[in-house]
Design a binder for this molecule. Sequence first.
Ligand SMILES: [Zn+2]
Length: 57
Amino acid sequence: MANGRGMGRQTGGRMGGKGLGPSGECVCPGCGYRMPHARGSPCYSQKCPKCGANMTR
Ligand SMILES: [Zn+2]
């Protein structure tokens, strides 16, 4: 149609929101402790403050 430019990727997709996504938490496999992690930092680079195990999810 005439309005071909309106279909761009300007809409941010799913970037909106307040951080309540499913990927916002890491879980300790050892003791089950959960903690939020900053996005950009993978869980396995964090350590559990309780038992010192590497976090996972
Ligand atoms: Zn732990």
